[in-house]
Design a binder for this molecule. Structure first.
Ligand code: FES
Length: 286
């Protein structure tokens, strides 16, 4: 890191960085040319190129950022700004397996906070830290749009749904022991470097990996099913003596004053407040 003469870190990487060995640079340049060719504007390839250099060293180094800048004709400041903005780019050496525990609201209350706390104690590491054997880096992560499977743990961005403290402990033990670990859905697990190369846009050539399909859960997909006419909605009437939760034979067509969102459903207190009567709203359902 860049430091002042007094030794105070300024938080910026020291550039220029040492270059890759010739053979590594030549290989990365061939890969980078393939990635850049996919975009009408070369600078649009910065995100996949950062994954590419991350696949090489396991994190985005000064050398990797300098490489991206050279290939794309950007300044190192521009590359640094992007690499430090996105949390998927790691800035220091980390483990083969990035274990992310979702501690956003739903997962947190469903057990995510307890899992994260337990794994910190079990592994002897804090947030963003790596076990001594270099296998597991633990971090808490934001919502991964799998809330209907809360609490969710992700390993190298593969889903491990409906976790418990016990199952999460077993998961990290298996990862450290080199045991076969299967995500709940999606492609088989691979190392962080291998994952980074796939994210750079190179094909996943493992047998069955592409065919392995993961899917969102029923609660996540209800909006899509409503849009396709595959599910029905039910109307929730105001609590003024009218009919309640009346099932509809077909998909409910909302009027301009209605919204197909359960977030707009009448709250327990709204009907008792004459100054704020609840209007007719609809609620998703089958
Ligand atoms: S809150 Fe954890 S996946 Fe959404």
């Amino acid at each position: 890191m860049t430091t002042t003469p007094e030794g105070v870190s300024l938080g910026m990487p020291q550039l220029p960085a040492p270059d890759y060995p010739d053979d590594v640079r030549a290989r990365l340049e061939r890969d980078a040319a393939e990635v850049v060719a996919r975009y009408p504007d070369s600078r649009s390839a910065l995100l996949p190129l950062l994954h590419l250099v991350q696949a090489e060293e396991g994190h985005v180094t000064r050398t990797g950022m300098q490489f991206c800048a050279d290939v794309l004709g950007l300044t190192t400041a521009e590359v640094t700004a992007v690499a430090t903005f996105y949390t998927m780019y790691r800035r220091k050496p980390s483990g083969d397996y990035q274990v992310g525990v979702c501690t956003n609201t739903l997962c947190a209350v469903m057990g995510g906070d307890a899992i994260f706390e337990s794994l910190q104690e079990h592994l002897g590491v804090g947030n963003g830290e790596t076990t001594d054997d270099g296998k597991v880096t633990l971090e808490h992560i934001e919502c991964n749009a799998a809330c209907d499977f809360a609490p969710v743990v992700m390993v190298n961005w593969e889903f491990f749904d409906n976790q418990t403290v016990a199952s999460a402990r077993q998961l990290v033990d298996d990862l450290r022991a080199g045991a076969q670990v299967e995500p709940t859905r999606g492609a088989p697990l691979c190392t962080f470097k291998e994952t980074a190369r796939i994210l750079a846009g190179f094909p996943d050539e493992r047998d069955g990996a592409v065919e392995a399909s993961g899917s969102a859960g029923p609660a996540s997909l209800i909006g899509l099913r409503l849009a396709k006419g595959e599910a029905t909605a039910r109307v929730v009437h105001p609590r003024d003596g009218g009919p309640h939760d009346e099932p509809q034979d077909s998909v409910h067509e909302p009027s301009p004053t209605e919204h197909l969102s359960s977030h707009d459903a009448p709250q327990d207190t709204s009907a008792s407040d004459p100054a704020h009567p609840a209007g007719p709203v609809a609620e998703e359902g089958e």
